[in-house]
Design a protein around this ligand. Structure first.
Ligand SMILES: *Cc1c(COP(=O)(O)O)cnc(C)c1O
Length: 345
């Protein structure tokens, strides 16, 4: 059989930018080391593209959300460097953690009992200091099952670190007081935005995610962080449009004069949602406006500014995350995790 031809859409990953981002976040963490949140397939950029760069840069602490995410990460890092945020919800989860040698993050007394009943051993402990999502509440810390744990990393998660608000200092103070109540080897509070709040938020380990992948959750990080992901797609058709003709579903764009247009092989099934309408692609420095609605597998652009472009030529969606977030109304997190499986990574 002949080989499958390469897809007409690709996500270019700048792995030197990932390494540079990890290094800068590690430095900004002060005396703390930086780890890496690699959940959701490294925010959709691909563990196989991202984790080797993080590992070579020196990262030794990785976090995923689901047990299903463990095997892909273990292809790249030793099991004792990986922790699972959702913790053991079932006895099967606990058994899997033991067999894989991965640390569960215990989030409540029930999970603590499951872990101890499965045989126990080193684990991490999430304490809720105000996000009210996962984590033991401070008053549950005296529970015998919690006290019986062998806690490697004690952690909590900031709810509003991307804003200047009183909740940050409150969570910092509350985390300091719970640290005295549980024996632990290391402590960790800050995500990417928390690193921007200052090194007093660093403790022993920080857990950046979005900023590794080019997100800028706080202005303090703006100069330091580089773009990592570049969505690119080929033109699969080029055509001339007469004046008065409309483009796409519901004919939301009508040409007022003859134009040259191109069909890009990228659509909302790939994560380029309809909120991109009104945006543009680029070819080098040239801006190519999106015309009409985004379809599932196609976007139509104006080629008037680059009439030399032909079928098979590639164009790029500008994906600087802060700018793309302003343009679309999506969060920087959504802009990454929405990117689909059809991209060659
Ligand atoms: C996702 C996650 C992180 C990373 O957060 P970013 O805002 O992407 O830096 C850190 N800690 C926990 C508990 C998380 O769930």
């Amino acid at each position: 059989m002949t080989d499958l031809p390469p897809p007409a859409l690709r996500l270019r990953i700048d792995s030197s930018a990932i390494a540079a981002n990890w290094n800068v976040l590690d430095r900004l963490s002060g005396p703390a080391r930086a780890g890496a949140a690699v959940k959701a397939d490294c925010y959709s950029l691909g563990v196989d593209s991202c984790i080797p760069a993080l590992r070579e840069a020196g990262c030794r602490d990785y976090f995923v959300a689901h047990w299903s995410e463990v095997p892909a990460v273990l292809r790249h890092v030793p099991a004792d460097q990986l922790a699972v945020l959702h913790g053991p919800v079932t006895a099967g989860d606990a058994a899997y953690a033991r067999a894989a040698g991965v640390r569960p993050i215990i989030n409540n007394p029930q999970q603590a009992r499951l872990w101890l009943e499965s045989g126990g051993g080193a684990c991490d402990l999430m304490v809720d200091t105000g996000i009210n999502r996962l984590g033991v509440t401070p008053d549950q810390l005296s529970d015998p099952a919690i006290q019986a744990l062998d806690v490697h990393l004690l952690l909590s998660h900031l709810a509003s670190a991307d804003e200047d608000c009183a909740q940050n200092a409150q969570q910092l103070a509350d985390f300091r007081s719970v640290m005295a109540l549980v024996k632990h080897r290391r402590a960790s509070l800050a995500n990417s935005a928390g690193i921007g709040l200052g090194s007093e938020y660093g403790f022993d380990l920080t857990r950046p995610g979005i900023a590794l992948y080019g997100g800028i959750p706080r202005q303090e990080l703006a100069q330091a962080i580089r773009q990592v992901a570049y969505p690119q797609a080929a033109l699969i058709q080029v055509r001339d449009l007469p004046a008065g003709a409309s483009v796409g579903y519901n004919a939301t764009f009508t040409a007022t004069e003859p134009m040259r247009i191109g069909v890009v092989s990228l659509g909302y099934a790939d994560g380029v949602l309809r909120c991109w309408a009104g945006g543009h692609f680029v070819h080098g420095e040239t801006s190519l406006p999106i015309l009409g609605k985004v379809s599932m597998d196609m976007i139509v652009i104006s080629l008037d500014a680059a009439p030399i472009l032909r079928e098979g030529d590639w164009v790029e969606l500008p994906y600087s995350l802060p700018e793309a977030a302003r343009q679309t109304g999506l969060s920087q997190y959504e802009l990454l995790t929405v990117l689909g499986h059809r991209f060659e990574r």
